[in-house]
Design a binder for this molecule. Structure first.
Ligand code: BTX
Length: 326
């Protein structure tokens, strides 16, 4: 059950541009005007700046700097993504909580965000370093009406979204490394992890996780990542507001996802390939049976990497060891 305090913040957040009268709040929450006033004073102690005007009512002018579901929601201009935001200071992994919530019928567009992850994960049980309040560690619950074999398209879609935000709002030049990493100056700045539960021909739900290194200095990364990882701060020499970036990602993701559902994958493929790392170049490929060099030709509808076999025939690869950096 949501507390009265959280309900009050919700009401005020949903009316961020306008005043809401004490009378209206009192009716919605079924509490007295003096109880509302006491709650407002408590919120102010926690860093909320609330304006109260006689005859007009209340509105929030400023949120505390600390991240919370409400501070992320405040002023968020999305229709369905992030209508429900669960924020926790610490989680093992936002993926784990998102799976639990999805199994408990959480709605499409629910977002889980953590201040830090103690067991952040990447693909194939890799570890994802997620230090406290330095980055964006979040997972979306999606219930897309697409076939299970199209789900990898969502990873590629998410990569184009991050690339767009990084270029437009942060001013860096991002590259997408197949299938799920964002690089800046050849170092990894973000990663995407898409997991799903599906029946044979129907997706039950998708949990799409994003990890973005935002305000890390080099010391915030473990030594073995120093030459391979980067953050927005390291690349721009600026500290970035995490809440603001989350909102930009949510708005851009929602718009791109809607475009994808309306128009199909081709527009996503085009965007992905525009930023694809080493497209058109020779790459070194290793599979269980072979080792060879071939051109990286782009991505297929199913998210596979398009290249050539050692015999020069066009082929698709789903998993292979690629040496991207030599
Ligand atoms: P990945 O398997 O492609 O990349 C993981 C690899 O990247 C690691 O093995 C390590 O070499 C390197 N690495 C680990 N942490 C970092 C980091 N912070 N920055 C740069 N490189 C790193 C990529 O997997 C997908 C990652 C998704 C992470 C999100 S965070 C929110 C959600 N919750 C969760 O547990 N995972 C996702």
């Amino acid at each position: 059950m949501q507390s009265t305090r959280n309900k009050l913040i919700d009401i005020l957040s949903n009316n961020s541009d306008t005043y809401i009268s004490g009378q209206a709040i009192s009716e919605q929450l079924q509490i007295s005007r003096s109880a509302i006033w006491k709650h407002m004073k408590e919120l102010e102690k926690d860093g909320y700046v609330i304006e109260g005007k006689s005859k007009r009512g209340y509105r929030i002018l400023e949120y505390p700097n600390k991240l919370s579901g409400n501070t992320i929601k405040w002023g968020l201009e999305t229709e369905w993504l992030g209508k429900e935001i669960i924020y926790k200071d610490t989680l093992k992994s936002t993926q784990i909580l998102a799976h639990e919530l999805a199994q408990g019928h959480a709605q499409h567009g629910t977002v889980v965000v953590a201040g830090e992850q103690t067991q952040g994960r990447g693909r194939m049980d890799h570890t994802w370093e997620s230090s406290k309040e330095k980055g964006i560690w979040m997972s979306f619950i999606l219930r897309p009406e697409i076939a299970p074999n199209q789900a990898p398209q969502l990873t590629l879609l998410a990569a184009t979204v991050l690339a767009e935000v990084l270029r437009r709002d942060v001013g860096v030049v991002p590259m997408i490394k197949w299938p799920n990493d964002l690089l800046i100056n050849r170092k990894k700045c973000a990663g995407i992890l898409t997991e799903m539960q599906a029946e044979q021909d129907q997706i039950w739900y998708v949990v799409l996780g994003m990890g973005i290194n935002v305000n890390h200095t080099l010391d915030d990364f473990p030594k073995d990542l120093h030459s391979r990882a980067t953050s927005l701060k390291l690349e721009t020499d600026k500290t970035w507001e995490i809440r603001d970036l989350i909102q930009k990602i949510l708005v851009t993701f929602e718009r791109t996802y809607n475009t994808y559902l309306d128009n199909g994958f081709s527009v996503i493929k085009e965007r992905w390939e525009k930023d694809g790392f080493r497209i058109g170049e020779q790459i070194k490929i290793k599979t269980l049976r072979d080792k060879w060099e071939a051109p990286f030709l782009g991505i297929a509808e199913d998210g596979a990497l398009q290249t050539k076999t050692p015999n020069g025939e066009e082929t698709k690869l789903y998993s292979a060891e690629i040496d991207w950096f030599s």
